[in-house]
Design a protein around this ligand. Structure first.
Ligand code: DX5
Ligand code: ZN
Length: 224
């Protein structure tokens, strides 16, 4: 459990100067980028598609983790991977049996990610955890950045961490939503390995410095 990576979510970045925003967090030590794709159907918001992912891929060497908040992303998986997504995360609410979709992601050459909404029980994803590379715990209701953290979801991270230990699963545990200097330590103590943070990073006066602050706050909590 010594890994702790920080994934800025570009949703809260200034899209009129995305290149500069990403350069700042990259310099600050960001480990990967989290990209939120919304379809105005699974969530009541619309963001971007593979074209922006491709543009981002040309300006950064960071690993791109693409979170698909789409009711049926399957027809677009190839486009997202071709655009440069290194990991593709789908929702269990869209694919109650996600095996086929996860296998498709793997065969396209990307890491397979699975996530669940705050209201969805851990048991819904449990049978598939042996088949994923990324397990993302949603700690807000998906759709918008800047919401308050829902602490009840931490038990899902703890259970995933325990299953990883006892069953030898290979996934990395991410958490997404409401992560800031107060909640990062709680997540780290629950076994989270990747902290996704949007507004805490991009609305900070110095986004690059905030990457380091979040990491230090989380690591300090782990060693307590
Ligand atoms: C919410 C998105 C998140 C969002 C997090 O639907 O999945 O990735 O950007 O933003 P903050 O960190 O502001 O809660
Ligand atoms: Zn997200």
């Amino acid at each position: 459990m010594d890994r702790l990576r920080i994934a800025p979510s570009v949703l809260s970045a200034d899209f009129s100067r995305l290149g500069e925003e990403i350069a700042r967090v990259e310099k600050g030590g960001a480990d990967l980028l989290h990209l939120d794709v919304m379809d105005a159907h699974f969530v009541p918001n619309l963001t971007f598609g593979p074209m922006i992912v491709k543009a981002l891929d040309t300006i950064t060497d960071l690993h791109l983790s693409t979170h698909l908040m789409m009711s049926d992303p399957e027809p677009f998986l190839g486009d997202f991977v071709k655009a440069g997504s290194d990991a593709v995360i789908v929702h269990i609410e869209c694919y109650p049996d996600p095996r086929r979709v996860l296998e498709k992601i793997r065969s396209l050459g990307a890491l397979r990610g699975l996530t669940l909404n705050p209201g969805t029980p851990f048991e819904a994803v449990e049978p598939y955890l042996g088949d994923v590379d990324v397990f993302l715990v949603m700690s807000v209701h998906p759709g918008v950045g800047g919401q308050g953290f829902l602490p009840d979801v931490l038990q899902k991270a703890s259970r995933a961490a325990e299953q990883k230990r006892t069953k030898g699963y290979g996934y990395e545990i991410h958490i997404d939503g409401g992560i800031d200097l107060c909640t990062a330590p709680l997540a780290a103590r629950s076994g989270v390995e990747v902290l996704v943070a949007g507004s805490a990073i991009f609305r900070a006066p110095d986004p690059g410095a905030m990457v380091g602050q979040l990491r230090r706050a989380a690591l300090a909590a782990r060693s307590e």
